[in-house]
Design a protein around this ligand. Structure first.
Ligand SMILES: Nc1ncnc2c1ncn2[C@@H]1O[C@H](COP(=O)(O)OP(=O)(O)OP(=O)(O)O)[C@@H](O)[C@H]1O
Length: 275
């Protein structure tokens, strides 16, 4: 695995001679249509390396479709995606070695135990057996799954499935980790643990990209944010840039996605009326 803190061959040289790291992900002209429904409408985006990045947007904004195309799970109609300078569709082996993915509705090998799932994933990733054993045991311990290591995945709870999926996505120490709603169904204690793991991981120079609806979470975790609505990017940049003068990310978000003046239920005059 390359040294994450060193600018690679794709790094740009700024006017003062300082090297800037290449983007972790570069998306150009990305489109996806499902029948008449345009899910992603021509996105251009560069995600900076070494950041904790939040992809936020209302239901149906196109977040999952975008993440699926960026991680090579769904072929775009148009456009290109590069991870670490490698094209996701022309160079899938290079890209897949560099990324970890926790997709929405993760499908796992249900008849394996958590421990077996990690062993299998590690061997698929080409890691030596002893290294897989070491990393798997550490991840199970840190994610509080050690007591359930021999339980079949089919018997795991929703939060446990997220955690074993995260462990599988981290096992090969990828450069970029993509997580679709990683905190959904996860209890506060486990969420705190996951935060700790991800913060440690980004401190090493790795990049986390995660989608979420929970603005407080994004505001407290992320240093870089992209806001999606209607298949387009409405704003992107550092948290401070996207928040602007708004008192919170939530306010900025509502403004950006045009939900500021939305009917919040006043038209339901029958609801809560006399019975
Ligand atoms: N396989 C599919 N077939 C048809 N339409 C789809 C498909 N996948 C997504 N869509 C549509 O594309 C749009 C974007 O969906 P997507 O799941 O990417 O949004 P999202 O931002 O992830 O939403 P949520 O936050 O609710 O998960 C929606 O209108 C959705 O109905």
């Amino acid at each position: 695995m390359s040294d994450r803190n060193t600018a690679g061959s794709h790094g740009a040289v700024e006017a003062g001679g300082a090297r800037t790291a290449p983007p972790a992900v570069r998306v150009q002209g990305l489109w996806k249509r499902f029948g008449a429904q345009v899910a992603v409408a021509g996105i251009d985006l560069e995600l900076p390396a070494g950041k904790f990045i939040g992809l936020v947007g209302p239901n149906g904004a196109g977040k999952t479709t975008t993440l699926s195309m960026v991680t090579g799970l769904l072929r775009p109609d148009h456009g290109t995606v590069e991870v670490g300078g490698h094209d996701v569709w022309r160079d899938p082996v290079e890209v897949k070695a560099r990324i970890g993915v926790l997709p929405e509705g993760l499908r796992l090998f249900e008849r394996l135990s958590g421990r077996e799932l990690l062993a299998y994933t590690g061997r698929l990733r080409g890691l030596p057996g002893a290294e897989v054993d070491k990393r798997a045991d550490q991840l199970l311990e840190v994610l509080d799954l050690a007591g359930s290591r021999n339980k079949l995945v089919v018997d795991y709870s929703t939060g446990m499935r997220k955690k074993i999926g995260l462990a599988a996505a981290l096992l090969h120490n990828p450069d970029v980790l993509f997580l679709d709603e990683p905190f959904e169904g996860v209890d506060p204690v486990s969420a705190q643990t996951i935060r700790g793991v991800l913060e440690r991981y980004t401190r090493s120079g790795a990049t986390v990209v995660f989608s979420s609806h929970v603005m407080e979470l994004v505001e407290s975790l992320c240093d870089w944010v992209a806001v999606m609505a209607g298949g387009t990017i409405r704003a992107h940049g550092t948290l401070a840039e996207v928040r602007g003068k708004a008192p919170s990310l939530q306010d900025a978000f509502l403004e950006l996605v045009g939900a500021g003046g939305r009917d919040t239920g006043d038209s339901l005059d029958w609801l809560g009326g006399s019975r």
